[in-house]
Design a protein around this ligand. Structure first.
Ligand code: GAL
Length: 819
């Protein structure tokens, strides 16, 4: 399909002379009407092939996510040393069992008008998975192997004015190139940018705030301006700062005569700056304007915040001079059933759920994130560790990043930092996760090299790494190179390392790796390292954990004891595709069990354990469910996750006693547990008391009857009619009185009508291999979600859900222009 993209000049007549002013910067999102095909298609870069039979797709696009699962797809013999494997094992589901591997081609055709001669044209990719080769009109414009990096190429010299132009992108994912689901394709946004030859460079501003007080904030802005004409010209840079109300609060003007590149450094003062903080994430905007002979040539927008960060070896992390314990989670980049394809609303929903839990920090494990994630962290108030790599030269994957490290590591680090260094949310750069060079005598040299790149590109933030092999990392000096020493799963070492190395600033870069399946409870209720159950599930009593890991409580205790620790990043906030530990070998599992929240974004019990510790919201959560037909008379332990001082448990009206958290006992410190409750159907009820002994809250879990109804709850009743916005509908099976049926595994059918489409279904069951793109799926333990996508036509969307012996339910969502 030929699309006309017009960058037409605007002709402005000025009274005494006619001056042609080249229109300002124009940015076009290339999101629709791409042609896509799989295969090694040698002629794909050239205009004269017929792509009419190719699939028409929109970008962001993940070519694998809507395909059927097949565990043959990522079956591999591999030794995962980090998991303690002594030899190679046949692993399945490691990358999610979806067809991410192979070569994929994308093509997009558009006309550039004759009148656009004289402009400069650039293509910007927020990320393409992976080994991108970009062609314009048959010529190779550039390549970028690392699928998580953002990059830009200039297209100007390849343009055919007044004719069709062809952008073609080749991507390739080699087998054994990742430890998790990478996604496949142009999975982030792509923009076409046209500018005047005199313009601000890509990621052209670097904004720092060297002084902040309540009276005044100093902002130093370095701006890279390009004059791509042949002659030196006097160029004026006008930089303006706007507050959140859109009021101009500072301005600075500077001029210089040059050709080529020039970096301007300007200092601006903002009176009474409003501080960016976790609870008040105030953003300021910078508008940079470039003039030649008083004619505006370019306008460029950036954002920043006023905030200070400080890391103290004994006292921890300070944000704006206030101690903040990092209550963090690690997040992979996939969006569960939506795959790797970036979606603003889905990212926002993930962060909303994390925020509700009291989480204040995100680690982008183990790669540079989407720009959307950081924009949302800026606006929602999270601090972020942006991480670069999961492997250096000594790879973990046969075809992993190790193949590119020597040639590309510096470029990838530069791209990451130059893109992200204005974000107030970003507080540290990570040079790597569990890199194998920890065990090498020369590992320090690489660590030093990467740290130097970080410090060169951004001296305002500390550099860190996540170490899982402290013996090697300490012996080989890698821990001496970084500013913040992160330990993966080594809580017992914090104190010892702090004593032995009093100058180290220490924290848990990866913690817990507790395993649970939402709504599944296993008996007997015991601590279980490396659990294995025949149904390939794990227990939501939150006592199952990976061999190298621990339950949350072990980490809590060490964090409580080690006041010097910056805090922790739990593995993981959300379940993710791939890495189905402990069921890695020949099992039907496709996704992780580590998440505090499942793959569908539904809360597991563990959510409330963290919430009771991290959040000020009153929490009173009982587990397990109370539907244990056949276990009448058996012992079913009851746990309560709470931040109330005391709780009394009643079973069918009979008190089981009041409990409060104890000062000792591994689990008693953080959970209330009635271990000897004898099951009879009916109800369990928690009554919470305040310190004065007054009843302040209660929570009831009832034995439900047989499934009778489908309950649908939309997260929003109106969504934006842009074809991208999403509505997440929670689907529950209830009895005739509205109680959740916690054992229901009913197959449901979904039908969508009107102004939207059914984007994906997901039940959070790691073992369910039903495609996310189906219109049917089983609920998992009574619940699942349906994700509805808006279309561009305004109107009503109707979702109907039916299932055998259940009355069909409908929900209506309005698709409107909302912004
Ligand atoms: C860590 C690793 C993570 C993930 C996790 C699972 O060793 O850094 O990427 O694999 O283990 O527990």
């Amino acid at each position: 399909m030929i699309k006309k993209i017009l960058f037409s000049f605007i002709f402005i007549l000025i009274s005494f002379s006619s001056i042609s002013q080249i229109e300002n910067r124009k940015t076009i999102l290339l999101d629709s009407d791409w042609k896509f095909s799989l295969g090694d298609l040698k002629n794909a870069p050239f205009l004269n092939i017929n792509d009419s039979t190719w699939e028409t797709v929109s970008v962001p696009h993940d070519w694998a996510i809507r395909k059927p699962f097949d565990l043959n797809q990522d079956m591999q013999w591999v030794q995962v040393k980090e998991d303690g494997d002594n030899e190679s094992k046949l692993r399945t589901g490691r990358t999610g069992g979806l067809p991410v591997f192979g070569i994929g081609w994308y093509r997009k055709t558009f006309e550039i008008s004759e009148s656009d001669k004289g402009k400069r044209l650039f293509i910007e990719f927020d990320g393409a998975m992976s080994e991108a080769k970009v062609y314009f009109n048959g010529e190779l414009v550039g390549e970028w192997p690392y699928g998580y990096s953002s990059f830009s190429f200039e297209l100007t010299r390849f343009i055919k004015f007044g004719q069709e132009n062809l952008l073609a992108v080749k991507l390739e994912n080699k087998p054994e190139s990742s430890r998790w689901y990478s996604g496949a394709g142009i999975y982030r946004n792509v923009r076409l940018v046209s500018t005047n030859p005199v313009h601000i460079a890509h990621w052209g501003t670097y904004i720092i705030t060297p002084e902040i007080s309540s009276e005044k904030g100093t902002v130093t802005i370095q701006t890279k301006v390009l004059n791509q004409t042949q002659t030196a010209q006097k160029i004026e840079l006008v930089t303006e700062i706007y507050n959140y109300k859109g009021e101009k609060v500072a301005i600075n003007k500077n001029s210089n005569s040059f050709v080529g590149e020039k970096r301007f450094t300007q200092s601006l003062k903002v009176r009474n700056p409003m501080v960016w903080d976790i609870n008040t994430p105030v953003i300021y905007r910078v508008i940079s304007k470039v003039f030649v002979n008083k004619v505006l040539k370019d306008t460029y927008e950036s954002a920043f915040g006023f905030r200070t960060i400080r890391f103290d070896k004994d006292k921890g992390f300070f944000l704006n001079n206030k101690r903040v314990k990092l209550q963090g989670v690690c997040l992979h980049h996939d969006l569960g059933p939506l795959g790797a394809a970036v979606n603003y609303r889905a990212t926002q929903r993930q962060l909303e759920i994390m925020k509700e839990m009291g989480c204040n920090a995100i680690r982008t494990s183990h790669n540079p994130p989407s720009p959307e994630l950081l924009e949302l962290c800026d606006s929602m108030g999270f601090v972020v560790m942006v991480e670069s790599f999961d492997e250096w030269k000594n790879g973990k994957n046969l075809n992993g990043y190790n193949r590119f490290f020597d040639k590309w590591a510096e470029k990838d680090m530069e791209a990451m930092i130059q893109r992200d260094r204005n974000h107030p949310s970003v507080i540290m750069w990570s040079i790597g996760n569990e890199i194998r060079e920890q065990d090498e005598v020369d590992g320090k040299l690489t660590a030093q090299f990467l740290t130097d790149v970080c410090r060169r590109e951004d001296p305002t933030r500390p550099v860190t790494a996540g170490f899982d092999k402290p013996t090697g990392a300490l012996k080989n000096g890698l821990t001496d190179v970084v500013d913040l020493v992160g330990f993966n799963y080594k809580p017992w070492l914090y104190k010892k390392v702090h004593e032995d190395h009093p100058n180290y600033i220490i924290y848990g870069s990866e913690t817990a790796s507790t395993l649970s399946s939402r709504g599944v409870y296993k008996f007997p209720v015991i601590e279980n390292k490396n659990p294995w159950y025949d149904d390939y599930q794990t227990s939501s009593y939150d006592l199952d954990y990976a061999g190298w890991a621990s339950t949350p409580d072990t980490e809590f205790a060490m964090q409580d004891e080690c006041k010097f620790s910056l805090g922790e990043f739990v593995w993981t906030g959300f379940d993710y595709l791939g890495e189905p530990t402990p069921y890695n070998e020949g099992t039907p599992a496709k996704s992780s069990y580590f998440g505090i929240v499942d793959l569908a974004g539904l809360k597991k019990d563990r959510f409330y354990l963290y919430q009771s510790r991290w959040s000020k919201t009153p929490v009173l959560h009982l587990l397990p469910h109370w539907n244990w037909e056949g276990k009448e008379g058996d012992t079913i332990p009851v746990f309560c996750y709470t931040n109330y001082p005391k709780v009394e448990l009643f079973v069918n009206g009979k008190s089981m006693g009041i409990k409060e958290k104890s000062t000792d006992g591994k689990y008693e410190k953080y959970r209330l547990m009635w271990k000897d409750v004898v099951y009879q159907p009916g109800e369990i009820k928690a009554v919470a008391y305040n310190n004065k002994g007054e009843k302040v809250s209660s929570e009831v879990v009832k034995t439900s009857g047989t499934p009778a109804n489908i309950k649908l709850t939309a997260d929003r009743s109106t969504i934006h009619a842009d074809g991208k916005d999403l509505c997440f509908v929670t689907v529950e099976i209830t009895d005739k009185d509205g109680n959740l049926c916690p054992n229901a595994q009913r197959l449901l059918f979904f039908k969508i009508e009107g102004a939207g489409t059914l984007k994906a279904l997901c039940n959070g069951d790691p073992t369910d291999l039903t495609s996310f793109a189906s219109n049917y799926m089983k609920v998992f333990n009574g619940k699942m979600i349906a994700i509805v996508s808006s279309s561009k036509s305004i109107g009503e969307i109707k979702l109907s859900v039916s299932g055998e012996r259940l009355s069909t339910k409908e929900i209506r969502i309005q698709n409107r222009i909302t912004k």
